[in-house]
Design a protein around this ligand. Structure first.
Ligand code: ZN
Length: 533
């Protein structure tokens, strides 16, 4: 485990407070910091960056660079700071959405923007930085299910020339909103993915290891093609999992579960040593200290070795560093016990076919809330070794999924999926015997009744993998090779349930928001950190 923090450089130049800041970070176990060197077209003063870096290094911290390569739509860095310069350079062009509206603060990826990002990487390298981590503004769309990209005349003309098409903004709008022609959509998202990957490539210069911070559940529809980036730039760093930045969201058990599902989903595509968490507070002070610690514990639970705290350009205050410092021994112990054991996910949650189909975004957290060892998978992920497939929600059970069908002992369709795929399922039922229908519909905020109903349905099968058969909102990640499970209470109250594992049942009781490891004999070791509710 390596704790890290991403920040602006100014606090490291402030002689009145920087010694205290660095001392706090070191007490909290921070070993590496990432300094922002470039904000959507505006380079930070290189001499100041060098000074900040030298100061941090003189206190034993490693230092990497972060850039905001194209600009976040809106002020996503620090709403406390109205003076933050977020204008993009005059020679870049703003992204234009499918309705023809300008997306302010956000550059469209064109040759100028790519070239500038390449120059930034060189400047940062010459200043002594060995890594350049591109922030998650590097994408072609926002946090939603839709296919976006820049629909300005120049970009659409470029698209037509490369892909031999005669589209206009208006015709593309019809294509992506009505999903008329999968081939056109695939070309359009491929066009976006190449642009995003080209920015990473521009950063991949001699002496610099590039990285991309991937948006929560980001995929091709957002211009992010992780396998393609890895193929072209094999040592790229990736940040995975994010989004639930504040208490208003993160307090909800389904939000915690979605964060973990997102991390685990992206880890399927990434070599663990290149993967980083994004344990973020946004806006400033909006997440309680114990929730920030919980985020780090979730990252460790998923098997992430690089835990990266972020808070935009606002620097974390003392109470946060103190909370991390107090929790540090427990975090280290959980990491020591679990880091080298692969996570096993016999339960698969179907998560679409390809980003270009713009299917439902962010899968239901229901099976995780029900205490099953589950990961979200796409139809093109073969060799993941699942036993039980949960096909929940508005997803197409297309040809690629049908090919996967015989691999699973059981495939459960909820009402939404059964309705959507009625015709093909009627045919398949004649020739297969592993399809089951659940008479409910999985939702984004699953109820306790839904959780129990799913547990009862799964209990009818014969499964050896660990799972909860009673109780709810206890997450489970299976460390099969060490014969253990990590359990975590998603509730802010004491919680209990019955764990069923290899034919035996064990009562489990967990303190509010606590983590634990249970072994095959039912012995529980608590990993409890301070919670101030
Ligand atoms: Zn454009």
């Amino acid at each position: 485990m390596k704790l890290q923090y991403s920040m602006a450089h100014e606090p490291l130049l402030d002689v009145n407070s920087r010694d205290t800041l660095v001392a706090n970070m070191k007490k909290a176990g921070i070993e590496k910091i990432w300094i922002a060197g470039f904000f959507s077209g505006n380079m930070v003063d290189i001499e100041e960056l060098k000074q900040a870096k030298a100061f941090a290094e003189s206190h034993g911290l490693e230092v990497g660079a972060v850039t905001i390569p194209i600009g976040h739509p809106g002020n996503a860095l620090n709403p406390d700071d109205p003076d933050l310069d977020l204008e993009i350079p005059k020679h870049w062009h703003y992204r234009v959405d499918s309705r023809g509206e300008t997306v302010y603060y956000c550059g469209a990826i064109d040759a100028c923007l790519i070239e500038d990002n390449g120059k930034v990487a060189k400047q940062l390298r010459d200043a002594g930085f060995k890594e350049v981590f591109l922030d998650d503004d590097l994408r072609a769309g926002n946090f939603n299910e839709f296919i976006e990209g820049c629909y300005c005349e120049a970009c659409v003309t470029e698209f037509n020339a490369i892909y031999g098409r005669q589209e206009t903004r208006e015709s593309l709008l019809v294509q992506v909103s009505q999903k008329l022609n999968a081939e056109v959509m695939k070309d359009w998202v491929a066009f976006q993915c190449v642009k995003v990957t080209d920015v990473v490539k521009a950063t991949d210069i001699e002496g610099v290891q590039p990285g991309i911070m991937v948006m929560h559940f980001g995929d091709e529809r957002h211009g992010i093609d992780i396998p393609s980036i890895r193929e072209q730039i094999p040592d790229t760093l990736f940040r995975v999992g994010e989004y639930q930045f504040n208490d208003a969201r993160f307090t909800n058990p389904h939000a915690k579960a979605e964060e973990l599902l997102g991390i685990i989903y992206h880890l399927s595509f990434i070599d663990k040593k290149f993967a980083y968490s994004e344990s973020t507070i946004f806006p400033p002070r909006s997440l309680k200290e114990h929730n920030l610690v919980y985020k780090a514990m979730l990252a460790i639970t998923a098997g992430l070795e690089n835990v990266l705290f972020m808070s935009g350009t606002w620097v974390l205050e003392e109470s946060y560093w103190h909370a991390i410092a107090v929790a540090l021994p427990v975090m280290r112990e959980l990491d020591r016990e679990t880091a080298n054991v692969p996570r096993e996910y016999p339960v698969h949650l179907a998560y679409g076919t390809h980003g270009a189909y713009a299917e439902a975004f962010v899968p239901t957290s229901l099976p995780l809330l029900a205490g099953m060892p589950v990961k979200a998978v796409r139809s093109d992920q073969s060799g993941e070794g699942g036993e039980l497939l949960l096909f929940f929600g508005d997803y197409q059970f297309g040809a690629q999924w049908q090919e996967q069908l015989p691999r699973y002992k059981q495939v459960v369709f909820d009402q939404a999926a059964a309705t959507k795929n009625k015709d093909i399922l009627q045919q398949l039922q004649l020739t297969t015997n592993n399809i089951t229908f659940w008479d409910q519909q999985a939702t984004a905020k699953p109820s306790v009744e839904q959780i129990s109903s799913l547990q009862r349905l799964v209990a009818q099968g014969s499964w050896n993998f660990p799972r909860f058969v009673e109780g709810n909102h206890i997450g489970l990640v299976w460390l099969k090779d060490s014969g253990k499970c990590i359990l975590f209470n998603l509730l802010e109250t004491v919680n209990q349930g019955i764990l069923h594992w290899a034919g035996r049942q064990y009562p489990i009781l967990l303190q509010p928001l606590s983590f634990a490891i249970v072994d095959g004999e039912g012995a529980v070791t608590a990993y409890h950190t301070e919670v101030a509710l």
